[in-house]
Design a protein around this ligand. Sequence first.
Ligand code: SF4
Length: 385
Amino acid sequence: MNKQEILGILGAASRDPLGYARAWKEKTGRPVIGSFPMNFPGELAHAAGTLPMILQESDDAITLGHGLLFPFYCGYTRSMVDQAARQEFRVLDAIMFGDHCVQLLGAADAIRMQLTDTRVIFFQLISSMNDPWTLGRARESFETLKTELEEFLGKPIDAAALHASIKLYNRNRQLIRALYDMRKAGTVRLSATEMQYIVKSSMIMDKAEHTALLEDLMAWVKAHPEPKGTGVRLHLSGHFCQAPKPEVLEMIESCGTVIVGDDLYHGFRYISTDVAESGDPIDRLAEWYLARNTGVPCPTRVQNNVDWDAFLLKAMREEQADGMIVLMAKFCEPHMYYYPEVKEAFERANMPHLLIETEHEAMPIEALKTRVETFVEIIKRREAA
Ligand code: SF4
């Protein structure tokens, strides 16, 4: 298969995650376990022989969900509740919720009320990341999660299976990180939407099937070098639980930019960190949980010895990015709280950035395009000066 054929398969799964899950379940007869972003260790559910999938915001307009959640909740949580109210999640055998922000907790309760026949497993994750007890508490959470999964599925998750799942997930992450490196170096051309399809489909598809497609993609792009993309080099930042709309990404690229890096959840954040492959797998998963926040700091976690803004400036230097576009989902409190620090740090470093607030509902793409074009012009003039 060539690059476009592989991206076509990944794009189809990204656009219809529940359709993919239904087809997988019909083919394998095995359970599908949905999870909320952003810290669920899919390896645990994979080792139990299920399809773990991260539940995705739907493109559909919110209808029944309107009456169940405040309108000032983020688009992701409102869409989750709406999908539950419309019984879209019937394919799921269980849903796992990790505690990561107030709105997510509200959505979890509303979903629980809608899906009375679906097992809902809730796990509490410590959000204070560098206290003396953090690692132990993270370990306890993952151990409890494993026990609950075993009880739900009626069989133990053995260490050998978990080690194999960790290895497979690592390989998957490594391949995507290699594509990131190649995009940064200009040896592969992947648009922001194509990169999103690659990462988002990894959250949805059977990991072995997805990894095999990535191996093919890697072989193809190495054998078919493409000319380096030209334009203002940009880093995309933010957007946690839901994927930015492809039309927004395409609009940004249509303004003469090339995306060379990101820390989006449907991007580098999701694949930034591997799990160590030796020793006790639950210990290693707990360490991974902590290491992820050092690798790519997250505003939903609290850690006083890492800074998201410092991470962004360093990443942009490595990417030789000329500027950054911050994509902020409307009403995302953790992002809104943290953004002023990023803004201050970028102003101090004289690094151009532009904030775009995104919405679940239709967005004024043409008006946004004018802002991005102006931003690109400012960068060009600064560089010329
Ligand atoms: S972190 Fe932001 S996007 Fe995610 S559920 Fe919370 S408010 Fe919504």
